[in-house]
Write a protein that binds this ligand. Structure first.
Ligand code: PLP
Length: 225
């Protein structure tokens, strides 16, 4: 049986260790627990072990969990999956963050659907850094076109960039992302997040500047297909 608390402890130690080795401060790197396909009981186990940031990939599944856990204080819900435009309302209403923004229409709709009385929705642009045809995400050039649109959306706050590199090109992609992030930070005062690194490449991502690792399998075990 998967012991979620033990796994979280192990990962936190690994983050700490990598930060020490690479001269980074451990509070620069946040851990997002990616809980897609996992039952609420597993998320509760993580919550009671102290985990507060949760990432979901599927809108309906994510919204159900948000609602089922709405009594628990301090949870931050992150949407990290591909976005269909007809799902932007549900995302804007239920999540605090979106990592996978990749086109103008999605920016416009998220801004429209986020209630003005709420705190702005935190958004990252997803970059297709390995230029894979199968992956969603924008090119490095498109980042600079979309950034002003987000900055001019009153109900959104631009927080940074997200990437899922190709398996064959991991370290090089992380390095490219770090460079791009440095350029973006010059243009945006609110950009503070470089979302990269998963169970298999978390340490490489941290060594290359990640500020948020998105970890699923190493916390919750293999996903139920
Ligand atoms: C599923 C997923 C993760 C977590 O992957 P693991 O390999 O299970 O850690 C991270 N990011 C995104 C965008 C995902 O879809």
């Amino acid at each position: 049986m998967t012991n979620i608390k033990d796994n979280l402890d192990t990962i936190e130690l690994q983050i700490l260790h990598t930060c020490q080795q690479t001269n980074r401060s451990a509070d620069e790197v946040k851990l997002l627990a990616v809980s897609k396909t996992k039952p609420v009981e597993d998320l509760l186990a993580a919550y009671h072990a102290g985990q507060r940031l949760f990432g979901e990939n599927y809108v309906q599944e994510g919204v159900e969990k948000v609602q089922q856990m709405s009594d628990l204080p301090d949870i931050e819900w992150h949407f990290i999956g591909p976005i269909q435009s007809n799902k932007t309302k549900a995302i804007a209403e239920h999540f605090h963050w979106v990592h996978s923004v990749d086109r103008e229409k999605i920016i416009t709709r998220l801004n429209e659907h986020r209630a003005t009385q709420d705190t702005p929705l935190n958004v990252c642009l997803q970059v297709n850094i390995s230029d894979e045809e199968s992956k969603s995400g924008v090119t490095a050039e498109q980042v600079f076109d979309l950034l002003p649109l987000i900055e001019n959306s009153p109900n959104l706050t631009f927080r940074g960039l997200m990437a899922i590199p190709a398996k064959t090109d991991v370290e090089q992609s992380f390095k490219k992302m770090k460079q791009l992030f440095e350029q973006v930070k010059v243009l945006s005062p609110t950009a503070d997040t470089l979302s990269m690194g998963m169970s298999g490449d978390m340490s490489v991502a941290i060594a290359n500047g990640s500020t948020m690792v998105r970890v699923g399998t190493a916390i919750f075990g293999a996903r139920n297909k």
